[in-house]
Design a protein around this ligand. Structure first.
Ligand SMILES: *[C@@H]1O[C@H](CO)[C@@H](O)[C@H](O)[C@H]1NC(C)=O
Ligand SMILES: *[C@@H]1O[C@H](CO)[C@@H](O)[C@H](O)[C@H]1NC(C)=O
Length: 485
């Protein structure tokens, strides 16, 4: 196991070295440079907006609530995605530009294990984010890395751009000066546009603002299962066209009749002149989602969502015709034990609040086996309609009648911690604020009430103890702890 973990550390370094030679960068120069071109961020101490220091942020009060203090069990090497000691050992060598390291002899460097705090500061934030991933969460509640990484996504100089292959809609992979990478989804719809009623969910646009809002929603719900996403205004000429080495992408740039810079790239939907993405005149909004560790370093497993839609214009899925469908799922590994079924319920609620019908698969980190959280990737099809609540998204919840974190949901329905206000405040921190128009925020409050009604109905029918599984407040032995049935 340890050998495997060491391998991870080594591979990381080789990735960095590869990148550095390809882009003719000095590997020593990996220090972070905060951009100085940022416009004031609300609620950000460095911003120009004056926020009275005594003003109590409702969001920070939420995050201080005892329900947001449930602790993780102690983490062993098996619970962290990477072994920090090995990264600590190898990373300075790479930054010190000492060339290739000896892949043997791990044992004799065992004494060198400074504390996490000391070394963590010398790492780029994207690496600190990767190192922090564990069996239970992508990032911890009060991690300073998260805010630093969000800032990097907006301020780091973009050094290369490539198209992501295989997707139905155009996405760009952006690499930053500090070798971090992020997935860029360009703006396709205005904040006010709703998905046309005759659109199938699978042909709906992927919205950049949905990706941003989903990250904030997931954090407010305390799941922390969405990789960090930030909005950024990109200069299409300087930061895409002039940087890409992809001729296919480069060739699709043109100037529109209105004198705006436009491009469309290559993909299987919406990559044509008619669906071009145009700037104003050369700037375009987009979401940047921090990359998870490379698949070579941390394999992921893709799982079919048991409540997947049929993705066929006429056929129905099994769960749509069988009201007892969940009984079947409950007996099938990995839903027969641990927290996986409860995690599916979390995802169901997350998707219902956003109106996301497009959750056909989900992923986990292979290292953690079946006992780990679900990564909430690809949320661009959320927030398409605020005037409609898609109740079919809640079917897993009403069929299974199981819910953990019920108290947190109730908390977010209270006036003091109202979900819409929490979201509004959280989203103000994004550069592209406002991210959601008011009707979308209000829709979340309305949908949360519907979720609570479904759970209340379940409790009435089956009894509280058979439905609700609570996180144990202030106790380290949470429901996620090992040894849970
Ligand atoms: C975008 O980049 C181009 C090329 O460097 C530059 O001429 C243009 O002024 C930039 N646009 C803005 C709005 O900064
Ligand atoms: C994990 O889930 C799979 C189903 O995908 C199952 O075959 C396997 O037995 C489970 N492993 C454990 C340890 O429960």
């Amino acid at each position: 196991m340890l050998g495997n973990l060491c391998f991870c550390g080594l591979r990381y370094i080789s990735v960095i070295l590869l990148l550095s030679s390809e882009d003719s960068y000095d590997a020593v120069d990996i220090s972070l440079r905060a951009g100085n071109d940022h416009k004031p961020l609300m609620g950000d101490a460095s911003g120009g907006r004056i926020v009275p220091s005594r003003a109590v942020s409702r969001l920070s009060r939420l995050f201080e609530h005892p329900l947001y203090k449930v602790e993780l069990p102690p983490l062993t090497d098996d619970d962290t995605l990477f072994n920090v000691n090995n990264d600590i050992r190898f990373y300075p060598r790479a930054t010190g530009n000492q060339g290739w390291h000896n892949e043997d002899g791990n044992e004799d460097e065992e004494e060198f294990s400074p504390t996490e705090e000391v070394t963590a500061e010398s790492y780029p934030n994207w690496l600190r984010f990767h190192i922090g991933i564990n069996r239970y969460e992508l990032y911890s509640r009060h991690s300073p890395v998260l805010d630093a990484l969000l800032k990097d996504l907006v301020t780091q100089r973009i050094t290369s751009v490539a198209m992501k292959s295989g997707g139905t809609q155009l996405k760009l992979i952006m690499t930053f000066q500090n070798y971090g990478q992020a997935l860029f989804k360009p703006m396709k719809q205005t904040r006010e546009q709703e998905t046309p009623p005759d659109f199938f969910y699978f042909s709906d646009f992927e919205r950049h603002n949905a990706e941003i809002a989903a990250f904030h929603l997931d954090r407010i719900l305390d799941f922390r299962r969405v990789p960090p996403v930030a909005g950024r205004l990109v200069n299409m000429t300087r930061e895409i066209r002039d940087l890409t080495r992809d001729k296919k992408l480069w060739r699709t740039f043109f100037i529109s009749p209105a004198n705006n810079v436009c491009f469309y790239g290559e993909c299987s939907y919406y990559c044509s002149t008619e669906h071009a993405l145009c700037g104003k005149p050369d700037q375009i909004e987009g979401s940047l989602a921090a990359f998870l560790p490379d698949l070579n370093l941390a394999k992921r497993k893709t799982w079919r969502n048991p409540w997947r839609r049929s993705y066929h214009k006429r056929k129905k899925a099994e769960w749509e015709v069988d009201p007892d469908y969940c009984d079947e799922v409950k007996q099938t590994p990995p839903y027969d034990r641990g927290t996986r079924l409860l995690d599916i319920m979390d995802m169901t609620i997350f998707d219902f609040l956003m109106g996301n019908m497009d959750r056909h698969h989900y992923e986990t980190f292979e290292k953690f086996g079946n006992d780990t959280f679900i990564i909430h990737l690809d949320n661009g099809r959320g927030f398409g309609k605020h005037s409609h609540d898609e109740l079919s998204i809640l079917v897993p919840l009403s069929q299974c009648c199981r819910k953990s974190t019920y108290l947190r949901l109730q908390l977010l329905a209270k006036e003091e911690y109202q979900l819409s206000s929490m979201m509004e405040e959280s989203l103000l921190r994004d550069r592209l604020s406002p991210i959601l128009i008011q009707p979308h925020l209000q829709a979340m409050d309305r949908r949360l009430r519907l979720v609570l009604q479904v759970v209340a109905g379940c409790i009435e029918k089956e009894g509280y103890v058979n439905v609700v599984e609570e996180d144990l407040v202030g106790d380290t032995a949470t429901h996620r702890g090992p040894g849970h049935r």
